[in-house]
Write a protein that binds this ligand. Sequence first.
Ligand code: SAM
Ligand code: SF4
Length: 315
Amino acid sequence: MRDEFGREVRYLRLSVTDRCNCRCLYCMPADGVPMMRHDQILSFEQMRDIVAAAASLGVRKVRLTGGEPLVRRGVVDLVRMVATVPGIDEVCMTTNATLLAPVAADLRDAGLTRLNVSLDTLDPQRYARITRCGRLEDALAGLEAARRAGFAHTKINCVLVGGLNDDQLRPLAQLARDHDLTVRFIELMRMGECASWPASRFVSADEVLAAVPELEPVGGEGVSEVYRAPGWRGSVGLIRPMTHQFCGQCDRIRISADGHLRPCLHSAASVDLRGLSGQQLLDAIRRGILAKPKGHRMQGGRASDAGRNMNEIGG
Ligand code: SAM
Ligand code: SF4
């Protein structure tokens, strides 16, 4: 289905929990945020019904996210349920990978097609500082288990944070020299925890091109600009929500763990889907798609209008 501005919505990001085993500096406060009650969170059956309704309106790709999707008990079963919804071609997951190693093969068997792994540094101390409670070795073990389970073309998501990882852009990018991976550098978005951070924390993705001058542009993939360097096995992506507006290509809607459809990450607008089924559910999803704004308003360093932290909306 197309939105009011002619954009075809084919991609649904489903937050399966607002909980997380980490507390990344830019995403959550050190002692967490008030958690949704268990009875507020959608059941797997409700999630499947929402995905099926969205699929009947043209959604083809689902990404499970959070919070940390792997802290939700039974998430392998949810993958299986979503993967068998008619019309859904791809079921992906965004994860910090620290809990991935023991379940990577089960996720693959259940029908998960692709993984995005968040990894902002390759230095164990910095990793502990950024995530506050994560261990780099667990995330790397998760990545290795994913490779062994047969996941191909995994994407590494690396959020650029001035003073924390902007001196490590070359080694991070070089993961794509040595492995069949895409390393995507994402500009930190001014929202939630980091809404009032100083400008020095917000690093332009141009810094990646300065640190790795051999990168050459080869096109685009969704909201990401893709670069390659001669002889490298993988590629590098740049996602620039702050310095380049790509809202014209936006094809996604989001569902929060408590069942609210968010037409845009950076707008407070939402449509409550809880308790709806059949025609009412379809109509509500249609309303959500038609409520997609033309674009966000973060240019010039202005903070997002999201009004909630990333872990609550589903990043
Ligand atoms: N816990 C999972 C993970 O970390 O991959 C999934 C949820 S997390 C909210 C999804 C992605 O959002 C992560 O890659 C994280 O780095 C990114 N993220 C969180 N806050 C952000 C911000 N303010 N700006 C840009 N990316 C952000
Ligand atoms: Fe958790 Fe992901 Fe947020 Fe880090 S970015 S606190 S891993 S939800």
